[in-house]
Design a protein around this ligand. Structure first.
Ligand SMILES: N[C@@H](CCC[C@H](N)C(=O)O)C(=O)O
Length: 262
């Protein structure tokens, strides 16, 4: 892209996890321009977002999702971003109420009804239980830790300590969880690549629901998760020690669209 070109963007949010979405079906966007992506996500000098998502043509599905964290680097799957891109594809008339699209972790089936998007996540075959935490991959890597002081916890500080202390260069997202009732949990998440707390993280919400089920904190296959930015539900089937048919369900909405000079 040339300098000082106008770029059309759409800003979406899913439970307060916010994204810049760009229709890149004609392949104009400079995908390796880390500086540009970081600038667009900057809350003071740019549009402001936790991440940036490109919607592209795909040979085997309705469209392709390419996800970048706000640090400008391409990353692994984003669950809230996945729900937002389904709403975006509907706005662009690429899909109607059902879709299958490609992302870095494979094909995702999804359905949209009004502003509610139900997104199928990858199957989870392994949840590692450690003395004080769980680790699993729900499309992105997640550390899940039960705490009793969720409201007052210094999530940024504690999350960074664990992210760099345990997981080194590659890192992980860090979720802190507190049980509310037999099927409801409050969570707060430190996101890798944003390097701070976000209001919600969809792959993190999914990880918490599955880890809490695996640990017998809940017996329900419909788990409610309350994030700082709103409520999500995770449903799943447990077969042969694997979690399949995992769905992340909640609202995804357009906040505004605009043009930015960059
Ligand atoms: N916000 C996301 C997770 C995005 C990826 C994550 N920051 C990482 O790099 O692992 C979500 O909703 O899942």
């Amino acid at each position: 892209m040339n300098l000082q070109q106008k770029l059309l963007f759409y800003k979406y949010q899913g439970t307060g996890n916010d994204f810049v979405l760009i229709d890149n079906r004609n392949d104009f966007f400079s995908k390796n321009d880390t500086r540009l992506i970081k600038f667009l996500c900057d809350r003071r000098f740019g549009i402001g977002a936790d991440g940036l998502i490109l919607l592209e043509n795909d040979k085997v599905s309705d469209f392709k999702m390419i996800y970048y964290n706000s640090d400008g680097n391409q990353s692994t799957m984003c669950g809230n971003g996945g729900r937002c891109i389904v709403a975006f594809a509907k706005l662009l008339d690429i899909i109607d109420s059902k879709t299958v699209f490609s992302a870095i972790d494979g094909l995702h089936h999804a359905a949209i009804n009004g502003s509610v998007v139900s997104l199928q996540m990858i199957d989870v075959h392994e949840i590692n239980s450690r003395r004080k935490h769980f680790f699993l991959n729900t499309g992105s890597p997640h550390h899940v830790q039960i705490v009793s002081n969720l409201d007052t916890l210094a999530v940024h500080q504690e999350g960074a300590k664990i992210r760099y202390g345990i997981y080194g260069e590659e890192g992980s997202n860090i979720n802190f969880v507190d049980q509310v009732d037999s099927e409801t949990f409050n969570i707060r998440t430190y996101e890798r690549g944003v390097e701070g707390e976000t209001l919600s993280c969809g792959t993190g919400v999914t990880a918490v629901a599955l880890a809490m089920h695996k640990n017998n904190n809940t017996k329900s296959d419909k788990v409610n998760i309350v994030t700082r930015g709103g409520k999500l539900q995770v449903t799943f089937t447990l077969e042969n020690n694997s979690y399949t048919n995992v769905r992340l369900i909640g609202e995804a909405t357009l906040v505004f669209k605009g043009e930015i000079r960059c």
